[in-house]
Design a protein around this ligand. Structure first.
Ligand SMILES: *Cc1c(COP(=O)(O)O)cnc(C)c1O
Length: 372
């Protein structure tokens, strides 16, 4: 087979370990998965009842335009229906954008230590990748601007950023957008938008009105708790959406997903409640970090990256054996940190207790080495 050369450089996406896998491997009864930034509170009851009453035949193809969902979302965001594009998860939108704009004679700019799929898709398209070192977990926007060359077609901006949880303040983002040439598409990935509480955060949808080269990506996978169904969306001016549409698979968002997402939008009370509980959960982790003198990134998301100053894998393995699946920072560019999804109050207490045991063991090891 004459595979594309770039395929040989890639490995498939490594998802967090599954609950079933860990249960079996370690003979544990209860597993808490805090690895993939899923919503610990599930999804809205309104979604569940909408799906229960869904009686249409599964033999019929989905509405290729996601018409009802589109109408509901446009109303909710106060944008035109033609300013929205749907994806089978926002991963699918990243793929479409890459497919539409990247090729071996195009370059693309992104930060290090950000969401892995920008680079993955850029490699797949054979594009020239200009990866700009992050500055203490944040995008270095000035250096990203400086990295633009005559071949640049796409710039990826993740805010709040995965895996650090940091965000770009409005003034900085606007100054950046002002300087990006208009023929370059800026992709603003806002997968964690609904969790943000920072005062100096921007209204990204409003920014799409001003910047003709901006697309905002959001998802129903995180706060809406619908990761299993795969629905994401992009918002941009009509010209961008129109140009991208031919790169979209005809029926990329399935019927069940469309019904669920539309019902999810209608329950903003659920979203508010999750946001509030997430904040309380983050505070549990902040307190733990302060008490134990651990460095962490203040987070605008539903996860926290904590530096344990030992190999990530050690913390990861210790937690795994006690039934907590987290994400090792090793593959995320932070080899001594772990990324933990904020769970329910009890789940957070559990993982924090296990982490305290880890720290106590580590301390006693040091004492032994020192002969105390
Ligand atoms: C989770 C995540 C996505 C992917 O979301 P899906 O809609 O489930 O594909 C995209 N970007 C970032 C930064 C994420 O963390």
């Amino acid at each position: 087979m004459r595979w594309k050369e770039q395929l040989l450089k890639l490995t498939p996406y490594q998802p967090g370990k599954s609950i079933e896998q860990v249960k079996k491997q370690y003979q544990l009864e209860k597993i808490v998965k805090l690895a993939s930034n899923e919503n610990p509170f599930g999804c809205s009851e309104m979604v569940k009842s909408a799906l229960r009453f869904h009686t249409e035949s599964l033999a019929i193809y989905p509405n290729g335009n996601a018409a009802n969902l589109r109408e509901e979302l446009a109303k909710f965001l106060q944008v035109d229906e033609e300013e929205i594009i749907f994806g089978n998860g926002s991963d699918n939108l990243i793929q479409m954008i890459s497919r539409a704009l990247l090729h071996p004679n195009a370059s693309t700019v992104m930060s290090t230590n950000t969401f892995s799929q920008y680079k993955h898709n850029a490699i797949l398209e054979g594009a020239i990748i200009k990866e700009v070192p992050d500055k203490n977990g944040e995008h270095d926007l000035d250096s990203m601007l400086a990295a633009i060359d005559e071949k640049t077609n796409v710039i990826w901006v993740c805010s709040p950023n995965n895996p650090t949880g940091t965000y770009i303040p409005e003034s900085k983002l606007v100054a950046f957008l002002d300087q990006v040439p208009e023929h370059i598409l800026v992709v603003l990935d806002e997968a964690y938008y609904e969790y943000v509480i920072a005062d100096d955060y921007y209204d990204s949808i409003k920014l799409t009105r001003k910047y003709r080269n901006l697309i905002v990506l959001r998802t129903f996978s995180k706060i809406y708790g619908l990761a299993a169904l795969r629905v994401g969306y992009g918002v941009a001016q009509k010209e961008i959406i129109k140009a991208l549409e031919p790169a979209r698979e005809p029926f990329n968002v399935n019927t069940v997903a469309q019904i669920a997402a539309a019902a999810a939008i209608a329950d903003q009370k659920f979203v508010e409640e999750c946001k509030k509980k997430n904040r309380q959960g983050l505070n549990q982790f902040y307190q733990f970090c302060k008490q134990n003198d651990l460095r962490y990134f203040p987070s605008q998301t539903n996860f926290i990256l904590i530096d344990f100053k030992v190999e990530s894998e050690k913390v990861f393995q210790f937690l795994l054996e006690r039934g907590f699946i987290v994400r090792s920072g090793n593959a995320l560019g932070f080899p001594t940190a772990v990324r933990i999804t904020v769970g329910s109050k009890e789940q957070n207490e559990g993982v924090i207790k296990a982490l305290e045991e880890f720290l106590a063991e580590k301390k006693s090891e040091v004492h032994t080495i020192l002969g105390e």
